[in-house]
Design a protein around this ligand. Sequence first.
Ligand SMILES: Nc1ncnc2c1ncn2[C@@H]1O[C@H](COP(=O)(O)OP(=O)(O)OP(=O)(O)O)[C@@H](O)[C@H]1O
Ligand SMILES: CC(C)(CO)[C@@H](O)C(=O)[O-]
Ligand code: BAL
Length: 296
Amino acid sequence: MTKPLTKDDYSPHDVTVHRDPDRLRRVVRALRGAGRNIALVPTMGALHAGHRKLIREAKVMQNTVVVVSIFVNPTQFGPNEDLDRYPRTFESDVDMCREEGVGLVFAPNAEDMYLPGSTVTVSPGPLGDELEGAVRPGHFAGVLTVVAKLFNIVEPTYAVFGEKDYQQLTLIHRMARDLNFPVAVVGVPTVREADGLALSSRNRYLSEEERLAATTLSAALTAGAHVSGQGAEAVLKAASDVLAAEPRVSVDYLELRAPDLGPAPENGDGRLLVAARVGTTRLIDNAPVLLGTGDE
Ligand SMILES: Nc1ncnc2c1ncn2[C@@H]1O[C@H](COP(=O)(O)OP(=O)(O)OP(=O)(O)O)[C@@H](O)[C@H]1O
Ligand SMILES: CC(C)(CO)[C@@H](O)C(=O)[O-]
Ligand code: BAL
């Protein structure tokens, strides 16, 4: 027999914060049993307008309870990365969730997510070692493992992710397919500042000068997309010229790929991806391009 839910488990009028994975699982199971859809929005907190858009997308289906997870997952950070200084703004995150009508926030402690002696992880396959994975070894094993755990704890009907982390979204689609997760993975286009900069929790690390220089990433993608009719070489040249003109930006990679991140086709849809450091802050961005349609 399932225990009936109390007002400390779930309220239709306010967001409820849960830390215990087993309790959260019991609550979402009861809600599903009562006919509700469950939509999951996984985040690392420090919520901004990009996350707000994911939450709004998650609410689009009638009769849905949105679960936002807030967990700075240690296993996706390398030893020299920013795990310790990653922005943590829990109170205002919960306020945004409340404003947006989120039903449940799941904010587990690391010790409850990773029990002592945990050794089994999800292997991303070859794409996990490319692009972001080449610069951040082990990153995608950490991401996919925690997302698989979230899928198993929350058992969502939908899970919503941003295109800003395009390789992550691609790998999560693949994991859901390859490992038979019964969840519809939904991608949401990148939310940008008025000057083109993709919103990111890490933008708050930038100084005023770095913030200006950071617009070079999206400007490079736009320059590439403008000449996409001339083919791959023109796209890469236009984008890399823009990046090279800004000395504060140090490029990790600029690559043109197919939408599934395989090799770029000569004609048709492609994806242009960039990662760069601006001072000590590492930023990523990407955009769709339509290659070689002969209109140039
Ligand atoms: N500008 C954005 N537009 C749309 N979705 C976004 C945007 N920024 C982040 N997201 C999505 O929000 C989800 C949670 O991401 P996360 O909490 O890591 O935020 P973030 O801003 O990407 O932080 P980071 O600075 O670590 O890149 C991911 O699915 C991510 O793709
Ligand atoms: C998907 C995710 C929440 C897993 O920790 C994280 O990689 C993120 O915030 O994009
Ligand atoms: N948004 C991606 C999470 C990370 O950079 O670790």
